[in-house]
Design a protein around this ligand. Structure first.
Ligand code: ATP
Length: 368
């Protein structure tokens, strides 16, 4: 029987629990043993109780659940070879040679590195006498399949990441609450949402809420942004609007790469010599990551989890490592490292102020 590990790693997102359920139950349906690894790469290194064989009933109730019940972590030790060596030993001891990992680009990079090093890790374990040559024979190749769990929707090559629509829902809900009280008091609110390199959440939340003005890292503001924002807000007020909403991604910046802060925007809107609006700042913060996944994320997590198990079972030693994407409503397999490279490059070109290239890179299509 094939033995598959499933784990969540890096920052959590809604829908990770649904991923675990889909992988465990599809694996069982396809005659595999599925092991849940607790706390990301920490669990692979700790071994023992952290690597648990999981049964059908163990994941009951996971579909609508927020967070990741098998926990997640950032693991320093996995950046170093000795950490990965111990992880490899624990995998072989449990008879596992396939990992389905749900996380962001860092987690997927770590997994691909582990896969690339796998033969040499096993050789080292045998040469140190920690495993016997016989023990490693059935585990010559490590098979990795990635699933992208992230609220930011920041991975190139997929239209949506697992969790992004739930986070968007949380933000839109918060904004609608704020809009009620803003309207009662004729106030302005500056709303900060997550997204250092990727403005998808801010942009979509702004569109979904009828925001007056939106700041995203991919569209740095020109020198005249203050006049531009104030004239738009004034126009809306003159037209009879009683509330003002400005949505800002964490990575909001001007064209010199200087951060535009919520306080800068607040001071501008409340300037007694200007618009003189009673202005408050709301930082949405961690509620963006919490709560039950919306139907779209449950669907995405389930369809992609099923596809990930199929990808593991169909893989040969020659198969390129893939992640599961959604493109134009189709669940597809894509080369993992090409997407990770393009994602990293996006962050670099945004830093270097090449925004057109950033948008192109994010939309990059990779061969299936
Ligand atoms: P988020 O989107 O929340 O940042 P992420 O998966 O990108 O999620 P990271 O903190 O970058 O989060 O990575 C998670 C873990 O993956 C790290 O703590 C580390 O254990 C492992 N990892 C990341 N990059 C590497 C790497 N180059 N080599 C080995 N392990 C890595």
């Amino acid at each position: 029987r094939k033995k598959i590990a499933v784990m969540t790693s890096g920052g959590d997102s809604q829908g990770m629990a649904a991923v675990i359920r889909a992988v465990v139950r599809t694996g069982i349906n396809m005659n595999c043993d599925v092991f849940c690894v607790q706390q990301g790469y920490n669990g692979l290194i700790e071994g023992g109780e952290y690597i648990r064989k999981t049964e059908w009933a163990d994941v009951r109730g996971y579909l609508p659940r927020g967070g990741t019940p098998i926990r997640t972590a950032r693991c320093k030790a996995f950046y170093e070879r000795p950490g990965r060596l111990t992880a490899a030993k624990n995998m072989v001891i449990n008879g596992i040679d396939a990992i389905i990992i749900c996380g962001g680009d860092g987690s997927l990079t770590g997994a691909d590195r582990f896969r690339a090093e796998w033969p040499s890790l096993l050789e080292e374990l045998v040469s140190k006498g920690e495993l016997t040559a016989q023990q490693i024979v059935p585990h010559k190749h490590l098979n990795i399949v990635g699933l992208v769990g992230s609220i930011d929707n920041d991975l190139s090559g997929t239209d949506a990441t697992i969790g992004c629509y739930s986070a968007l829902d949380r933000i839109s809900t918060v904004i609608s609450w704020v809009q009620d009280t803003a309207d009662s008091h004729s106030r302005a609110f500056v709303i900060e949402v997550m997204g250092r390199h990727c403005g998808w959440l801010a942009l979509m939340a702004g569109v979904a809420s009828g925001a007056d003005f939106i700041f995203i890292p991919e569209q740095p503001r020109e020198d005249n942004w203050k006049e531009e924002m104030c004239s738009i807000v004034k126009k809306h007020r003159d037209e009879g609007k009683h509330q003002t909403i400005v949505v800002m991604a964490e990575g909001a910046q001007d064209r010199y790469g200087k951060k535009i802060t919520t306080d800068m925007v607040k001071d501008l809107l409340s300037d007694p010599h200007g618009l003189d609006l009673d202005t408050r700042v709301t930082i949405v913060g961690h509620p963006q990551r919490g709560g039950k996944p919306v139907a779209h994320d449950r669907m995405l997590a389930t369809l992609q989890g099923v596809e990930a198990v199929h990808a593991v079972l169909e893989a040969t030693p020659e198969t390129e490592t893939c992640f599961i994407a959604i493109n134009e409503n189709k669940i597809v397999r894509k080369p993992l490292m090409a997407a990770v490279q393009a994602t990293k490059e996006v962050a670099e070109v945004i830093k270097a102020q090449d925004f057109e290239k950033a948008v192109k890179l994010r939309d990059t299509e990779f061969a299936d």
